[in-house]
Design a protein around this ligand. Structure first.
Ligand SMILES: *Cc1c(COP(=O)(O)O)cnc(C)c1O
Length: 395
């Protein structure tokens, strides 16, 4: 065997030995709580489809209509010839939707949230910039920070006092504070009010990645900024459209000059083919649902399920993380035990992912339960019962 291949295989075997090897499961039905996976009927608690819109008939029909209107592909990057009427319409709609939170705002649509984060940090970074990054930030922000060429300082989870000290000590020409709005593996919120006050005091941008808040939080679904009543020219908001919005892509909403700078300078925007216009067309329907009565009803149902889950937990060894969002992690600790519990749930037809390092810190392997407005109270009860039995059984 080639030495190159043998070397990789040895490293994969090491992952196996540490219970860190991941495997792909093949979903054979549309995203929903009740799914067909590898030939089995499962009740899933692992998608980020928080409002249950991923297979919504009106959005599916809009995607088909979008393909009929705009064809399959965009054919080029946005700045060449790929920027379709549907992209422009979506950006106008997003800017109007986010207007209560963003002064003189504009919105820019991206193919993925990962790319949007690389774009923001790449375009606003530079050797003269200091970038303050929260320790539990999503991998895409960490990668964006690396690409930004800025001096990166990591501050502790939720520790705005530490951040205050770092900002005060900074002599950098540009300052960028970067945080998840809702932390993806813990489900808790960043202390954005305090962070924004600091950013205004020290002339820093506040970049908020609200992948898990957009559509879900706030009376109208405008996310964590609406929930906390925040508005400022220092804010750069990133919301994703493949989670609660049920389709694909992401957007940045910020002051029009920030957006213009991204269009001019963000490599992850400029050097990539624009996503299919049909996707943007479908997202217009998704936004109508999120902003309308149906969205409000779905958010209210989701909040009921979250309360049912938290009220129903009576655990002794496993530790639920304090979270009021759809992300409800149970910390188990040991990688092997987390895997065994997830496997035992899977045997019972319950699909809950075990999240292990390096996605989460060592010693905090967990079940990451995500709830969706598409779940019923019975679905949540079934998982509660199974989790309690497994904890008691010492599995
Ligand atoms: C999912 C996620 C992203 C990436 O968004 P995609 O559209 O899936 O690329 C970025 N940040 C956070 C916090 C996420 O959870």
């Amino acid at each position: 065997m080639s030495r190159l291949i043998a070397g990789l295989e040895a490293r994969i075997a090491e992952l196996d030995a540490q219970h860190l090897r991941r495997r792909l499961r093949v979903a054979e039905s549309p995203c929903a709580p009740h799914v067909q996976v590898d030939g089995r009927a499962m009740l899933a608690f692992c998608s980020n489809d928080y409002l249950g819109l991923a297979a919504h008939p009106r959005i599916v029909a809009a995607l088909q209509e979008g393909a009929a209107l705009h064809g399959a592909g965009s054919g080029a990057s946005h700045l060449i010839s790929g920027h379709a009427r549907a992209h422009a319409a979506l950006e106008e709609r997003l800017a109007a939707f986010m207007a209560p939170q963003i002064d003189d705002g504009r919105a820019l649509y991206f193919s993925t949230g990962y790319m949007a984060n690389l774009a923001i940090l790449g375009a606003l970074g530079g050797a003269e910039v200091e970038l303050f990054s929260e320790e539990l930030n999503h991998a895409s922000l960490i990668d964006g920070a690396r690409l930004s060429r800025a001096q990166v300082r990591v501050y502790g989870h939720g520790d705005h006092a530490q951040l205050a000290g770092l900002l005060q000590a900074s002599t950098a020409a540009g300052k960028l504070v970067v945080t998840d709005g809702v932390f993806s593996m813990d489900g808790d919120l960043a202390p954005l009010k305090e962070l924004l006050t600091l950013c205004e005091r020290y002339d820093a941008w506040l970049v908020v990645d609200d992948a898990h808040g957009f559509g879900v939080l706030g009376a109208q679904g405008r996310g964590v900024l609406e929930l906390l009543g925040l508005r400022s020219p220092n804010l750069i908001y990133m919301g994703t459209l493949g989670k609660a919005a049920g389709v694909s892509g992401a957007f940045v909403a910020a002051h029009a000059s920030v957006i213009e700078w991204l269009v001019q300078r963000a490599r992850a925007y400029i050097y990539t083919t624009a996503s299919p216009p049909a996707v943007a067309h479908a997202l217009l329907t998704s936004l109508d649902i999120i902003a309308g009565e149906e969205g409000a009803a779905r958010r209210a149902h989701l909040q009921q399920l979250i309360a049912q889950w938290r009220d129903g937990l009576r655990l002794t060894r496993w530790q639920p993380i304090a979270s009021d969002t759809a992300i409800q992690p149970l910390v188990i600790g040991d990688n092997g035990e987390a895997l065994r519990v997830a496997a035992a749930l899977y045997e019972q037809g319950l699909w809950v992912p075990a999240i292990r390092p390096p996605t989460v810190p060592a010693g905090t392997a967990r079940l990451r339960v995500t709830l969706s407005a598409a779940h019923t109270a019975d679905d949540v009860s079934r998982l509660l019962t199974a989790v309690h039995q497994l904890e008691k059984a010492g599995s």
